[in-house]
Design a protein around this ligand. Structure first.
Ligand code: SAM
Length: 518
């Protein structure tokens, strides 16, 4: 049978294409489920090691600001498109520790979670693990659409960040974010630039599926229209694009016009300018961009593209800012720090932290080691697992991914490994930010501790599971077993009776009644 095709749009400038609308509809309709259901990947860019890296850089920045006269004024850390909020939680955990363990006094800070999805904001507001940070004033949240020029209304403190209202440079985090904003697309060949427009065909009738699901069914084709300088109205954007006239090879290049506007808008809120920390797939060196083929959307509910870090870098340099990027090309993810302030050379501690935690060993390197462990999982021994858990800075997603191997390895374990593993488990739990994914981490941790004969600790983790997810037969059964092993008869009978009352038809509890209590 002949397959039918539906033309959705024809020769629309790439940045105005309907694909951006599909992305918006996806995020607006899914809210937190985009991540809790595992639709949009986030473990590579939002994990405990990435957060530790960010915390070290922020801590360096705070130390640099501590030397200034207005050091008692609040430093705002603004996370754009924060989505699940997990990165924020991890950063706060690491940053608080750095501050507590330091003898130096740093300025007060306020981390602001922002997104343009209202449901995500409600989710931040109500999340139990954020409450103490809201109360201390170290955390706030705000609606912010990066495609619009707006003030930023902090909804917890009711403070409005408006033009020149902030004293210190604003520390902006754009993590896996700039590729969500509409980009322009250019094609360069033989030192000529063409602007790209796009046509969309769908394999299903677009009226028959919800708009946020259309991405699955579409194919894009591109049309190039030769363009001459000036390519845009904006003087700096134009300078960056003119550089691309030096490219001879057949090359497609994204241009992040809206991201650049967004940065200019945020910069205006502060008298001190802005420092940007940004991580994504993409490159900052021009040779790495040359020969890029027609873009192919990486689809996962929404879609991802490569970020043109080279354009971000040149934008910052044209504004007399300073850029920190690694000396060499990355293998997978780029992490840049761009300083858009007047006193660009006064960030010694920040630059030192960048050198140590990005230039010498970065989240990109960590990612490679992690993948190597995953692909060699069958050869890993307990001490290898412990080492990768520690390297990950006790990241729960790494713990969960290696859990089947860990469970299989527990039958032969040394005393040293047993103690260290119990310690790892406590730190993984401290770092864990619950976004209602399917796995019940506290239950899994309880099971491991039970196997290691840490019965009291195991009972506590089963209690965490009950507090978070309600009473489950398996959990309460294992908790009762802990009390049996601990010879806490009163607790054992109390738990058993509670379980029988709740699950009268569940057979596993009869085996508990047959245990030898003498
Ligand atoms: C790819 S997700 C990244 C989430 C998170 N930053 C991470 O690293 O996993 C993109 C996020 O940006 C948000 N977003 C997309 N377009 C936006 C816009 N124009 N303004 C503000 N947020 C936006 C989405 O709601 C989503 O939370």
């Amino acid at each position: 049978m002949e397959s039918k095709e539906f033309l959705i749009e024809s020769n629309v400038p790439f940045e105005q294409s309907a694909i951006w609308n599909y992305n918006n509809e996806f995020y607006q309709s899914k809210g937190i489920e985009a991540w809790s259901e595992g639709i949009v990947p986030h473990n590579v860019t939002s994990n405990s090691l990435v957060a530790q890296t960010y915390a070290k850089l922020i801590f360096g920045f705070l130390n640099d600001l501590a030397l200034r006269t207005e050091s008692n004024k609040v430093v705002y850390i603004l996370e754009l498109g924060a989505g699940h909020g997990r990165l924020c939680f991890h950063v706060l955990q690491h940053l608080k520790k750095l501050i507590t363990n330091s003898t130096r006094t740093t300025p007060p800070f306020c981390y602001v979670l922002t997104d343009y999805v209202e449901d995500n904001l409600t989710y931040y507001k109500n999340h139990p693990q954020f409450q103490t940070f809201f109360e201390s004033g170290e955390l706030d949240f705000a609606h912010f659409d990066a495609t619009k020029k707006t003030e930023i209304h902090l909804l917890n403190s009711d403070i409005i960040l408006k033009t020149n209202s902030v004293q210190h440079p604003i520390f902006v985090i754009a993590n896996y974010f700039f590729d969500s904003l509409p980009n322009e697309l250019f094609h360069i060949h033989n030192n000529e630039i063409s602007k790209c427009s796009v046509s969309i065909k769908s394999s299903v009738d677009p009226l028959s599926v919800p708009i946020q699901e259309l991405l699955k069914y579409i194919d894009l084709s591109y049309k190039k229209t030769k363009s001459k300088p000036p390519f845009t109205q904006d003087r700096i954007h134009n300078k960056i694009l003119q550089e691309y006239l030096n490219i001879n090879e057949d090359t497609f290049i994204f241009f992040p016009k809206i991201a650049l506007h967004c940065l200019s808008n945020i910069k205006q809120l502060s008298k001190g300018g802005l420092v940007l920390l940004t991580m994504d797939k993409g490159y900052h060196r021009l040779p790495d961009l040359i020969n890029d083929k027609e873009p192919d959307l990486v689809k996962h509910g929404s879609f991802s593209l490569l970020v043109n870090f080279h354009a971000l870098k040149q934008f910052c340099l044209h504004l007399k800012g300073k850029v920190l990027f690694p000396t060499f090309s990355n293998f997978s993810i780029e992490l840049g720090c761009l300083i858009f302030t007047d006193e660009v050379n006064n960030f010694i501690e920040l630059e030192g932290a960048y050198d140590e935690y990005v230039e010498k060993f970065s989240p990109d390197d960590y990612n490679i080691i992690k993948e190597m462990c995953y692909s060699n999982v069958s050869n890993l021994k307990i001490k290898d697992l412990i080492a990768i858990y520690r390297l990950s800075k006790y990241d729960a997603s790494v713990f969960i991914n290696l859990l089947p191997k860990l469970k299989h390895s527990l039958n032969v374990i040394s005393l040293k490994e047993r103690e260290r593993l119990a310690h790892v488990i406590d730190l993984v739990w401290l770092m864990y930010f619950n976004i209602n994914e399917q796995v019940d981490l506290s239950y899994e941790l309880g099971i491991i501790l039970y196997d290691l004969a840490y019965y009291s600790n195991a009972a506590n983790y089963f209690q965490h599971s009950i507090s978070q997810n309600g009473m489950q037969a398996d959990v309460i059964y294992n908790q009762a077993l802990c009390y049996y092993q601990l010879r806490q008869d009163e607790q054992f009978y109390f738990t058993l009776n509670k379980a029988k009352a709740m699950f009268p038809d569940t057979e596993i509890f009869t085996s508990l009644e047959k245990l030898d209590m003498t």
